[in-house]
Design a protein around this ligand. Structure first.
Ligand SMILES: Cc1[nH+]cc(COP(=O)(O)O)c(/C=N/[C@@H](CC(=O)O)C(=O)O)c1O
Length: 398
């Protein structure tokens, strides 16, 4: 009956979690999946989340179905985080926002919507990008192409090539963009470059789909949303998927959002209705527990302020690990350029190690990175950083 079903090769990122868990090396270090670990190598429960959880737990309350779009407070929290508390488009009711099952769920609902209502549109992703971008859109029968992005030779961006490529695209083609903290490279566009990208999008009438999963881990909440808010200022139609997995450390609660900025209130109503319809036929409604945590933290002023501080503490610890690893490696391999470690932004660093070197780190040292050489810098701490540096020196010397 099912003998013709293909075996699943596993996911290049999530598959690392199982391998890491099974690894008996006492010195093993997880630099694979994009998860934040603290200085003790532990996944934190944020203080603001603890408070929210206590309010949810006492008094305990029933768990009714949520609306298809999720809790209004969750949706409001997404909108204010992405567009700014006083954004005119929010006052004018021009944003259709639904709570989703993480950022992945937001991308999936968006991909289904594009396939249904823009069937001629192709979706273009950066080369390289987060692998699941391609799987999610292709899984919704949206044809996926790649636009030039990372320049292996320079560690920068093939900006002129990218712009020239955008100039060849058709009206309503979708560009899947990383507003900050690019995954897997950590290499972000400058504000001037974003301005040029958005001008081409406007001129070619392309559809920007911005996936922001690490807001707050780059510079700050507002700066990380520059591309999003500039697109709004230009009056562009815009899709934004956001994730609270990392910046609320709520990975398993599956909380995120999908927002669509529309030209008129009537179009916002139409889009919002169809997003609801898409949710209904996919999973009916989003999970309530995570939604309530988001609602409480985003809408309680004191908790929101505490949350910002906790995100910036995570951001700063990652930055300190970048600086430390760079100086340790420079000391061990004088003359070799490790500037990429501090030039790159957010949770990830594209180390440029070959697949063989990545495999050697794993087999010889129990150090796990994604095979494309992406390192989750948040897995580093003062007790493992020298071990990781020495191992990198070892594999780099061959
Ligand atoms: C760019 C990007 N977008 C969306 C997501 C999905 O997030 P979520 O809210 O958990 O559905 C992730 C997760 N990335 C990390 C984990 C994973 O691969 O699922 C990662 O890149 O390791 C991203 O890196």
């Amino acid at each position: 009956m099912f003998e013709r079903i293909d075996y699943y090769a596993g996911d290049p990122i999530l598959g690392l979690m199982d391998k890491f868990a099974a690894d008996t090396n006492p010195d093993k270090v997880n630099l694979g999946v994009g998860v934040y670990y603290d200085e003790d190598g532990k996944m934190p429960v944020l203080e603001c989340v603890k408070t929210a959880e206590q309010r949810i737990a006492d008094p305990i309350s029933p768990r009714p179905y949520l609306p298809m779009a999720g809790l209004p407070g969750h949706r409001k929290g997404c909108q204010e985080l992405l567009f700014g508390k006083d954004a005119q488009i929010l006052q004018d009711g021009l944003v259709a926002t639904i709570a989703t099952i993480g950022g992945s769920g937001a991308l999936k609902v968006g991909a289904e919507f594009i396939n249904e209502w823009f069937p001629q549109s192709k979706c273009y992703v950066s080369d390289p990008t987060w692998g699941n971008h391609i799987a999610i859109f292709e899984g919704s029968d949206v044809e996926v192409g790649k636009y030039p992005y990372y320049d292996t030779a320079t560690g920068g961006i093939k900006f002129d090539e990218m712009i020239a490529f955008f100039e060849t695209l058709n009206k309503d083609d979708v560009l899947l963009l990383h507003p900050c903290c690019h995954n897997p490279t950590g290499v972000d566009l400058t504000r001037e470059q974003w301005d040029q990208v958005l001008n081409v999008i406007q001129a070619r009438e392309l559809i920007p789909f911005m996936d922001i999963a690490y807001q707050g881990f780059g510079e700050d909440m507002d700066s990380d949303a520059y591309a999003i808010r500039k697109a709004v200022d230009m009056g562009l139609p815009l899709f934004v998927s956001n994730s609270f997995s990392k910046n609320l450390s709520l990975y398993g609660e599956r909380v995120g959002g999908l927002s669509v900025v529309c030209p008129t209130v009537d179009e916002t109503e139409r889009v919002f209705g169809q997003l609801n319809s898409t949710v209904r036929r996919m999973y009916s409604s989003p999970p309530s527990h995570g939604g309530r945590v988001v609602d409480i933290v985003m809408n309680d002023e004191a908790l929101h302020e505490q949350w910002i501080g906790e995100v910036y503490a995570m951001r700063d610890r990652i930055k300190s690990m970048r600086t430390k690893l760079k100086s340790v490696l420079e000391e061990k391999i004088p003359g070799r350029n490790f500037n990429y470690l501090t030039a790159q932004n957010g949770m990830f660093s594209f180390t440029g190690l070959t697949p063989e070197q990545v495999a050697q780190l794993q087999s010889k040292y129990g150090i796990y990175m994604v095979s494309n050489s992406r390192m989750c810098v948040a897995g580093l701490n003062s007790s493992n950083i020298d071990y990781v540096a020495n191992a990198m020196v070892d594999v780099l010397k061959d």
